[in-house]
Design a protein around this ligand. Structure first.
Ligand SMILES: Cc1ncc(COP(=O)(O)O)c(C=O)c1O
Length: 384
């Protein structure tokens, strides 16, 4: 059997995706982006949504719009994708990395306040909802209010569940999503969105996403549009195209069904794997977007490493992934910040033991069963 780690879902005919306006010739930011932003705004219950070409862009723009600068610091998990951290680097900011919590994959909230007190110039917190496991945003809000911090949630994995956590009425707050190829929905390979209830912040992010221009292309080039424009900020080229938004709107129609399909896969994995002594299963409560299904190997019960386990699964035709190599172990960040391994024991342990299994709506029952049986076989052949 050949089961890739991820398989994108496409319609039978691309005609189903592309809107009349695209067929008529408007390809970049225009009516389809507007439509997608409105759909998201309603679903997420945020007043303002800016569609972008990536989640990384959203993270960066959130910090840029706040005019954070060299020397300012931000708190973020070490167990995350590099985007959560590099967005601060773009501004010259310095990451304060936080180890993982005791039973779970997100950052340990117990360290946050100490770090804020210990370090001067902490200006922002970037919590990340790992795999769809949500961070306690009520607590983050309390801290943010107490110390006047900007909060930008990295919800790249958690479109369906990172909503209405009480923090959305904290004015100094935003949340960003990814529509990258392997996310729960994609806007055709790359894409992201920035959401907030802060009107000023939303306007600035919108402007910065398109060169800092006073008028976008849609308003300049449409019939009777005025060509004249000005540039009032140093901006970027981060706008979403109508081609991408059309793709996302097509995928959007399947969001609910795909969540149901993910839940079925999660239930099958949990049921099929629960008696294997050598692994720890994730907790997948209702408020989980189920973007990832991450098992942990109890390394002391195996006579092979996590990497050997992955190789053996690969040999059986099953694609797996590891989310993530912690930031403090990455060469670039290690070199500039001299992070110490001993400061992140939980993330180190997780990194050596985690494996992400395939989880996508088109995975068939017999494929899920094959993954389960393969894990069982490999454990029984390689257990101590
Ligand atoms: C946790 C996390 N944050 C941010 C990103 C960046 O998303 P994008 O590729 O849309 O910039 C990713 C992408 O995989 C991610 O996993």
């Amino acid at each position: 059997m050949n089961i890739p780690f991820h398989k994108p879902i496409l319609p039978n005919s691309l005609d189903e995706i592309y809107s009349d306006s695209i067929k008529a010739g408007w390809l970049t930011t225009g009516s389809q982006v507007k439509k997608f932003e409105l759909v998201l705004s309603k679903f997420l219950n945020y007043k303002y949504v800016v569609a972008l070409n990536s989640c990384t862009a959203g993270l960066h723009l959130g910090l840029a719009a706040n005019r954070f600068k060299k020397g300012d610091k931000f708190l973020a998990p070490t167990l995350t994708f590099v985007s959560t951290i590099e967005c601060g680097e773009y501004q010259g900011m310095q990451p304060v990395l936080i180890d993982s919590k005791k039973n779970g994959f997100t950052l340990d909230l117990n360290y946050l306040e100490d770090e804020i007190k210990k370090k001067s110039d902490v200006k922002a917190i970037i919590p990340m909802h790992y795999g769809g496991e949500v961070v306690d945003m009520d607590y983050i809000k309390v801290l943010a209010e107490k110390y006047g911090l900007f909060v930008i949630e990295d919800a790249a994995h958690s479109l369906e569940k990172s909503i209405n956590k009480g923090i959305n009425n904290y004015n100094n707050h935003a949340i960003v999503f990814s529509f990258y190829a392997n996310k729960n929905i994609t806007s055709g390979g790359e894409g992201g969105a920035f959401a907030t209830n802060n009107n000023k912040l939303a306007n600035m992010v919108k402007k910065l996403s398109l060169h800092g221009i006073t008028k976008d292309g849609w308003n300049r080039f449409k019939s009777f549009g005025k060509w004249e424009y000005d540039i009032t900020e140093l901006g970027y080229k981060y706008n979403m195209t109508d081609i991408s938004a059309s793709f996302a709107l097509w995928q959007w129609r399947h969001l609910k069904d795909w969540q149901i399909a993910r839940r079925k896969i999660v239930d099958m994995y949990i049921d099929g794997l629960k008696d294997i002594e050598g692994i720890i299963l994730p907790e997948v409560p209702k408020d989980h977007a189920m973007h990832l299904f991450v098992i942990r190997l109890k390394t002391e019960l195996w006579n092979i490493s996590r990497n050997d386990f992955i190789n053996k699964m690969n040999q059986k035709g099953i694609g797996l992934a590891v989310h993530y190599k912690p930031i403090h172990q990455l060469s670039y960040y290690k070199k500039i910040y001299n992070f110490k391994m001993k400061d992140f024991p939980r993330a180190n342990h997780l990194y050596n033991s985690i494996v992400s299994l395939p989880i996508y709506p088109t995975l068939k029952n017999k494929e899920i069963e094959y993954v389960i049986e393969s894990i069982k076989d490999i454990f029984y052949e390689n257990s101590i």
